[in-house]
Design a protein around this ligand. Sequence first.
Ligand SMILES: Nc1nc2c(ncn2[C@@H]2O[C@H](COP(=O)(O)OP(=O)(O)O)[C@@H](O)[C@H]2O)c(=O)[nH]1
Ligand SMILES: [Mg+2]
Length: 238
Amino acid sequence: MVICLPTYNERANLEPLVERLGEVLADVDAEPRLLVIDDSSPDGTGELADRLSGELPFLSVLHRTRKEGLGPAYIAGFRRALGEGAGYVLEMDADFSHDPAYLPRLLEAAERADLVIGSRYVEGGGVREWGALRRAISRGGSAYARMALGVKVRDLTGGFKCFRREVLEAIDLDSIRSRGYAFQIETTYRALRRGFEVVEVPIVFRDRRVGNSKMDRGVVTEAAWRVPLMRFAAGGRR
Ligand SMILES: Nc1nc2c(ncn2[C@@H]2O[C@H](COP(=O)(O)OP(=O)(O)O)[C@@H](O)[C@H]2O)c(=O)[nH]1
Ligand SMILES: [Mg+2]
């Protein structure tokens, strides 16, 4: 089991997050590993991650030369994790928006599903601290994608997910071009189209602890035009 943590300028969040993950995962059997995927953050997140990986045997770091968005960073991380033989591959933001305390629940659900999504938009889930505009964009984005793709998943844009390795092997990662929120939509949609079991477990999402969001208008625009095209490149059932 590998937890992928994409970072771009997360210097202030990384060390406390890794520490917290270490606490939460101490009770998990599956010998979890952490993989930081850093796109040469100007703030030195990559150097910090290297130092931490020297101290902590369960942490490794994948350095990429350019910031290309979340999608390419995750694909590189997934490839590394699959290459290391991971049975489960997880994603989560490295800014404390995704509380590590939920991980045991995600992992438990993963015993009965192929893809588990930590979901803000099911009963018991929610969003704290975000302003009205960000809430509206996020909810609207999920609703738009749900209708355009004809799926029932409530939270399509969130990035707190646990994939069984078979899902990542089946969805043809190399043909995914999505970079931002579209990447989250596309991986879930491809899993559904292939007939995998997708379940949502409620999470309460919080605003990032330190630093700024890397998502911008371009990421929202990308999702808007890519979503209708996803139907054509999703592949069929297994
Ligand atoms: N490696 C990498 N990480 C990224 C990139 N863009 C965002 N991230 C990370 O992805 C996570 C989510 O991004 P964030 O900006 O917090 O998005 P938001 O939560 O939607 O505002 C954070 O851990 C970011 O550091 C990128 O281009 N490359
Ligand atoms: Mg964030």
